[in-house]
Design a binder for this molecule. Structure first.
Ligand SMILES: C[S@@+](CC[C@H](N)C(=O)[O-])C[C@H]1O[C@@H](n2cnc3c(N)ncnc32)[C@H](O)[C@@H]1O
Length: 792
């Protein structure tokens, strides 16, 4: 084929025109019209075989210039014009130099030949050629045939391994095939229309898919794979903006700068950790070992470190990676970590470590009161409450108080030692005298008999926990008081303070100031005085209970009486309501109030329990006990030496009898026995005082007091403590006949003026007990708490 072409070239070679295209005679056949262009600047200057149908068609269109098979007169006439030249250009030629490989490869852009420049500007494709054919009103079949023949010849000439059938048809070819009789304009319109309609379909499809989920997008992706195999139109549509809207992949916006692609960095995560903390941590260098296996506990080759908060609960806490359980097996707390010796936090132990340690040790522990406080905030507070934290004398009370030399006559110093401290046997404690620097031999450090001083110290810091109590609103008893913390048995809780007034002032207030009140906060105090806690401490809100968890006890502190609420024999937990036995004296049946304490042994009313009838047999038993007590007392005081020597065992037997009786007696009987014992004690106390004056030894008093407690209550020694006060002896000068450590609450009403007076008169009535005159001091036995114990 190639040689045939060359032969023909040789026989038909003529002088070429400026652009290298030969002028074929109109009479020449189509084949003979194909000439070989030896121009180095031919349009098919590239020696690279075509790689696409576009290129091959381009080759066929540019190299193989097709001459009109039926040249017209007009065409001949215009042979010298541009139009003619263009027609000549369409005549297929072969670039021999290119085909033979001798062509100099010079890019067309360097050519200054205007023809080349013109050809560069104009893109002539197979489509153009075919369109040109079609536009010449040739039949579609003819045109198609010609085109195919041209392509076939071109392929043969280039010796390509292609077949015409295998080549995909161009858009215009498809269009031609579909509508052979349509004009070019019509075909063009149809093509646009079809494109639009396809676009509409795709757009609707896009709209549908945009509302689909991830799975649908996946389906779409799969569909896109299929799309690549679809027709060219559809593939072209894939480049349309409508189609591009489909969110199959994340849209990556490429940014180019200085010819380089700028890769966008992923957004940084928000730093949660304090910058300072992060800065401290330097990345540990990577070792070959760490490179080998990725450690899940490591991040980027660095060991993951716990980030400790430096604010909130863990503020200021040490954050060592120690293990308490490991500590228990060899390690010590003094080990050094990172060159820093371990220093426990002084403020508060870290909860997690502390909890772990406590669990390991296995002992009971208490959480801080506010960690799981059962106390909801926002308790209603009483309106008309003016607080005072200390007693204040009002009116004549101060003057009257000063006149009294009540406590001056009984100033003594306890005989406790600094080694043992003030224990339960402390003389001051037994007599309800608080130790201070003037009356304590043990010293502040060792003394445990300074409840009021401790209370003052505790409350100094303020806050719920230190104060320890708060007002609550009860369901049916008005306000009450509950704890904000735990209290040990017998621990002081809160002082009962208020205005100390005389009985006349009390009467006046009752008749004038408080005549419309429902609650009264009056309590008999001492020396014909009354504490009015209407302006007072929170202790005034403590309610009554027949089974109380507290006691109201009067102590002598610094020579002056003070009242405070102490925990009972058991501990008090956080949130418990505090109560004590009012020992309420209504003075009148009208004033009797219903008790709503709810305890199992509730007496039903706010008042003392009615006394049961006394049995004769018990009376006799008590008499025997009293006699035995008297004998024992005489012996202790150095009475009858003979009897003491000879009658030890019988006395013991009598005491035992008394004990046995006491055990078997009912509570009512016990009360009677107690009354008898009181009488004994009075005598004993009087004799003790005489003995003290005679011997001058305080130690003897202490011994005898212990002996008397043993004698009267037998093995109840453990229950007899200073706080219990059942055996406390208070020496007073001109003290009331019936004053009690657990004072009687004074209940008065507008009608009760006389009653109050009567009560007060009764209270301040000079004591007749004892052999000494009142001026010398009366021994007063305080046994109210003991009675309460017996009753309970
Ligand atoms: C000193 S106040 C106690 C505080 C009082 N609840 C308040 O709201 O002010 C004594 C009064 O409280 C009431 N009260 C105290 N304990 C009670 C009890 N167990 N049952 C019924 N009422 C009680 C009685 O009205 C009594 O007169």
């Amino acid at each position: 084929m190639f040689s045939t072409l060359l032969e023909r070239m040789g026989s038909t070679s003529r002088p070429t025109s400026r652009d290298g295209a030969t002028r074929a005679s109109p009479s020449e056949s189509m084949l003979s019209a194909i000439t070989v262009d030896d121009s180095p600047l031919g349009q098919s200057s590239s020696s690279t075989p075509p790689t696409s149908i576009g290129d091959s068609v381009s080759i066929s269109s540019t190299s193989l210039k097709l001459e009109n098979t039926e040249p017209t007169e007009a065409a001949s006439a215009e042979s010298s014009t541009q139009r003619t030249r263009r027609a000549r250009n369409s005549i297929g030629t072969y670039n021999v130099k290119v085909l033979s490989g001798t062509a100099i490869h010079a890019p067309k852009k360097y050519s200054k030949d205007p023809t080349v420049i013109e050809s560069r500007r104009r893109t002539i494709s197979g489509d153009t050629l075919v369109s040109a054919l079609a536009s010449n009103n040739s039949s579609t079949e003819t045109v198609e045939k010609d085109a195919n023949r041209l392509v076939r010849d071109g392929i043969e000439a280039l010796d390509l391994q292609w077949s015409v059938k295998g080549l995909p048809k161009s858009r215009s070819q498809i269009g031609l095939a579909g509508s052979p009789k349509k004009s070019a304009k019509q075909r063009d319109l149809d093509r646009r229309r079809s494109t639009r309609s396809s676009g509409e379909q795709i757009e609707s499809l896009t709209k549908k898919l945009s509302v689909l989920g991830k799975r649908s997008r996946k389906t779409l992706e799969d569909g896109l794979v299929g799309l690549s195999k679809a027709k060219r139109e559809l593939r072209n549509l894939a480049d349309t903006p409508e189609f591009a809207k489909i969110d199959t992949k994340p849209v990556v916006h490429e940014v180019w700068s200085n010819g380089k692609l700028v890769v966008a960095e992923p957004p940084k995560k928000k730093k949660k950790v304090d910058e300072a903390v992060v800065e401290k941590k330097k990345p540990t260098p990577l070792t070959p070992e760490t490179d080998k296996k990725p450690d899940p506990s490591k991040f980027n080759g660095r060991k993951r470190e716990k980030v400790w908060l430096n604010k909130g609960l863990y503020a200021g806490q040490e954050h060592r990676n120690f293990d308490w359980f490991a500590d228990a097996f060899g390690k010590t707390r003094t080990d050094v970590v990172d060159g820093t010796p371990y220093q426990p936090n002084k403020f508060m132990p870290l909860p997690m470590w502390h909890g772990q340690r406590l669990l390991h040790i296995g002992r009971h522990f208490k959480l801080p009161f506010d960690v799981c406080s059962p106390l909801p905030p926002g308790q209603p507070k009483p309106d008309e409450w003016r607080k005072t934290s200390s007693n204040r004398f009002v009116g004549d009370a101060a003057a009257m108080w000063k006149k009294s030399s009540l406590f001056d006559s009984f100033s003594s110093k306890c005989v406790c030692t600094s080694e043992g401290g003030c224990d339960e046997d402390c003389q001051n404690r037994i007599m309800l005298y608080e130790c201070d620097d003037t009356n304590c031999a043990a010293g502040r450090e060792k003394c445990t008999n300074r409840a009021f001083a401790d209370l003052q110290e505790r409350r100094k810091g303020g806050g719920k926990y230190r104060i320890g109590v708060e007002v609550i609103k009860t369901e049916d008893r008005g306000y009450g008081v509950r704890t904000n913390r735990c209290f040990d048995p017998h621990q002081i809780i809160v002082e009962y303070t208020g205005e100390i007034i005389t009985e006349d002032e009390c009467d006046r207030r009752m008749n004038e100031d408080y005549k419309n009140n429902e609650c009264y906060y009056l309590m008999s105090f001492d020396q014909n005085m009354i504490i009015d806690a209407t302006k007072g401490s929170i202790a005034r809100f403590v309610n009554h209970s027949c089974k109380p968890n507290c006691r109201m006890v009067k102590w002598i502190v610094g020579g002056k009486p003070r009242m405070a609420l102490f925990a009972g024999d058991g501990p008090i937990m956080t949130g418990e309501e505090l109560t004590y036995d009012y020992n309420f004296d209504p003075f009148s049946a009208k004033n009797v109030q219903e008790c709503r304490c709810g305890s199992d042994n509730c007496r039903g009313v706010l008042g003392p329990k009615p006394k049961p009838p006394v049995k004769e047999s018990i009376k006799e038993a008590v008499k025997a006990g009293v006699k035995a007590g008297k004998r024992k007392l005489k012996e202790l005081l150095g009475g009858d030496e003979e009897n003491r020597e000879n009658s030890r065992s019988p006395k013991k037997r009598k005491i035992k009898q008394a004990k046995g009786l006491k055990r078997s007696a009912s509570s009512a009987s016990m009360k009677m026995a107690k009354g008898a014992a009181k009488a004994v004690k009075k005598t004993v106390s009087a004799q003790l005082l005489n003995a003290r004056q005679a011997v001058g030894s305080k130690r003897i008093i202490k011994k005898t007091m212990k002996a008397s407690s043993l004698k009267v209550y037998g093995n109840r020694k453990t229950q007899v403590s200073s706080r219990n006060s059942s055996l406390t002896i208070v020496a007073t000068a001109g003290s009331p006949k019936r004053s009690k450590a657990s004072p009687k609450r004074v209940k008065v009403s507008s009608l009760g003026k006389r009653s109050v007076k009567k009560n007060v008169v009764r209270s301040v009535h000079p004591a007749k007990a004892g052999s000494r005159a009142a001026s010398e001091g009366t021994i007063r036995v305080i046994s109210v708490a003991g009675e309460a114990d017996a009753e309970n």
